[in-house]
Write a protein that binds this ligand. Structure first.
Ligand code: AMP
Length: 363
């Protein structure tokens, strides 16, 4: 019998985990509330609500290891599943990442610099936070924010009250706007046996809070060492198992941690063709206690997200070496429906392709 991996959430990350694991002989079973979830095209999908203990137990029974493709899987669902099967990464790591305030405190505790911030549950607190931290800043919901949703930029005092009202008035965090030079991320992996590896830093370009393009390796040896040291401390502190990604701002040449994701990450999608071992394969190796694969880059990778709709493969594939990744999701404005990867032999060649791809890809 092949080893069976259970995945809570059946979106594109689960789909790509299956695409990495099926050739290694692994079996998959997914759980999602949406019967149309895309990973269900590749392996059996159990459809149920995340608060349905019976459905979760049925899903978890007979599974060797459960993992997630969604960081907002309720921690109670993970605990339920963990009664029947080993669940990795741990509920503790997931819980820390689900609340922006506890997340920032944790990042600071393991030695990372974070943006000045304050908890906000009322207009008085928001006024005090803006006075202390300064304007401009961002007001963010503590929970369930993603792709720029659940956050508002505040530039003037007059915007405080409407911003607060638009985000529900409480359970918020106000943080100072960092005038960063660039955004980078570090994808790391730690196995059940405690083996740890880091991918090269990735440079990320966002628009409207959504990741549009990643380039790797972003070569900055000093920052690579600093990021590896800091993220290594986070992994050890959590006794983390699996792939984890920390997103940083680079400000005045130094790293400021923004957030971490306890899962495979969009800024690591370039590793599918751009690294010796992809983040998806390494996540599976880590949670199974297998030896980890080499994280070295094989060239100069570009990843372009396809937002809203996919480009025509008969156009993108005219560019030699382009890899088309279609998540088989219905086109919808603002939705990540796929990505395109390309690995160049030099950063200059990579920029030439980036310009050509821009003609085809809605990013
Ligand atoms: P987040 O949801 O925290 O990942 O934010 C999405 C994007 O908004 C980030 O990748 C940044 O481009 C921008 N952003 C978030 N927080 C800050 C901040 N404190 N200073 C400057 N830009 C930010």
């Amino acid at each position: 019998m092949s080893t069976l991996i259970g995945v809570l959430g059946a979106g594109q990350l689960g789909r790509m985990l299956a695409l990495a694991g099926l050739p290694m002989g692994l079996g998959f079973r997914f759980f999602d509330s949406n019967p149309e979830a895309t990973a269900g095209q590749l392996a059996p999908l159990v459809v149920g609500r995340f608060d349905d203990a019976d459905a979760l137990a049925g899903f978890a029974r007979g599974v060797d290891v459960v993992t997630y493709d969604w960081e907002n899987v309720p921690v109670t669902s993970v605990r339920e599943v963990a009664r029947h099967a080993r669940a990795l990464p741990s509920a503790r790591a997931l819980a820390a990442a689900q609340d922006r305030l506890t997340e920032k405190r944790l990042l600071a505790r393991v030695g990372m610099r974070v943006a000045p911030h304050a908890r906000v549950d009322s207009l008085d607190q928001l006024r005090a936070a803006a006075a202390e931290v300064g304007l401009p800043g961002l007001l963010k919901t503590r929970r369930l924010g993603y792709d720029g949703k659940g956050q508002v930029v505040i530039r003037r005092e007059a915007e405080l009250e409407p911003a607060l009202a638009s985000l529900g008035g409480r359970n918020l965090v106000y943080e100072g706007m960092i005038p960063f030079e660039r955004e980078v991320s570090l994808v790391a992996v730690r196995s059940r046996r405690g083996e740890t590896r880091f991918y090269p830093l990735t440079e990320n370009r966002h628009r409207e809070g959504i990741l549009r393009e990643s380039r790797a390796p972003w070569q900055a040896p000093g920052l690579q060492r600093a990021a590896e040291r800091q993220v290594g401390q986070l992994l050890e502190h959590l006794r983390y198992v699996g792939v984890l990604c920390v997103e940083f701002f680079v400000h005045d040449g130094r790293l400021v941690a923004n957030e971490f994701a306890p899962r495979v990450h969009n800024s690591g999608h370039w590793t599918i063709e751009g690294a010796r071992t992809s983040q998806f394969e390494n996540h599976l190796r880590a949670i199974l206690g297998w030896p980890l694969g080499d994280t070295a880059a094989v060239g100069h990778a570009l990843m372009v997200n396809c937002i809203g709709s996919m480009p025509r493969p008969d156009l993108t594939l005219t560019l030699p070496g382009v890899h088309h990744h279609d998540y088989h999701k219905a086109p919808r404005e603002g939705r990540k429906v796929g990505h395109v990867n390309w690995v160049a032999d030099s950063p200059v060649r990579r920029e030439a392709i980036a310009r050509k791809l821009a003609d085809y890809v809605a990013s």
